[in-house]
Design a protein around this ligand. Structure first.
Ligand SMILES: C[S@@+](CC[C@H](N)C(=O)[O-])C[C@H]1O[C@@H](n2cnc3c(N)ncnc32)[C@H](O)[C@@H]1O
Length: 233
């Protein structure tokens, strides 16, 4: 349920007095209540018939109001095969956006356990599908991920990408995160690990094919700098 103020503001913005407001997901009828109180008509659809009685009460439908509002509640039951009915429609709208969540936001923590019930198997595994640059990869669910601490160096870019591809492409990986979760391009910022807990960011740095991103503070920054110092010495 949302507060009446929410549909009220929208109705005032988008419908004139006497217009009809449609709420395709009516629930308890808050939209219709707001419409009624603002002098608009309304129509609502609700898949769960149990809401009819709740909406009746919310809208005070049993009492005559001064405006003489009429209420009609109709319960329709689908008869027949839904697939056949869909075939009779002039067109079907298919949403091209996949709403599967690509990453579980509850797991966007670094090391700290937030769900004790899942403590034993906290990691969520993904598969790497593409290496886009030395610091950016794509997972098989389409998620774009940026490796924390990695700074591509143009003259060694190809080698870094080859190194990364050999290590992670097609492999199962899991991620850990910092307080800052995304970069400006909305890539998820992560520390990447192979299933056997190999720390990919650190290995890539140790390969010497990339530089260190020193543009901000992150947990392993010092550690990464020592790794490059080892290579240099
Ligand atoms: C978040 S609730 C709406 C709550 C409502 N705004 C209120 O204040 O009470 C969404 C409603 O959509 C209904 N619903 C989900 N799928 C539906 C569908 N295909 N057709 C109609 N109603 C649907 C659910 O049963 C649920 O009551």
């Amino acid at each position: 349920m949302f507060p009446e103020e929410l549909p009220s503001r929208l109705i005032k913005m988008f419908a004139f007095s006497g217009d009809t407001v449609l709420d395709p997901f009516m629930g308890s009828g808050t939209t219709s209540l707001a419409a009624k109180n603002l002098g608009r008509n309304s129509v609502g659809y609700e898949i769960n018939a149990k809401f009819i009685d709740i909406a009746r009460v919310k809208l005070n439908a049993q009492q005559q109001d001064l405006a003489g509002t009429e209420f009609h509640f109709r319960e329709d039951h689908l008869q027949g095969n839904i697939a056949d009915m869909l075939d009779t429609l002039p067109y079907l709208y298919e949403d091209p956006h996949k709403l599967d969540k690509k990453v579980d936001p509850r797991k966007l923590t670094f090391g700290s356990r937030i769900d004790h019930r899942n403590g034993a198997q906290r990691e969520e595994f993904f598969t790497v599908s593409d290496i886009l640059t030395p610091e950016r990869i794509r997972l098989s669910n389409g998620l774009l991920v940026r490796l924390i601490g990695i700074r591509a160096e143009s003259e060694k870019k190809e080698m870094a990408m080859r190194f990364l591809a050999e290590k992670v492409r097609g492999k199962k990986v899991f991620m850990k995160y910092e307080t800052i979760k995304h970069d400006e391009q909305r890539n998820l910022l992560c520390y990447l690990y192979l299933e056997n807990r190999t720390f990919v960011n650190a290995h890539l740095i140790k390969s010497g094919f990339v530089g260190i991103d020193e543009s901000y503070e992150y947990k392993y920054r010092e550690k990464f700098l020592t790794l490059t110092a080892q290579i240099d010495s």
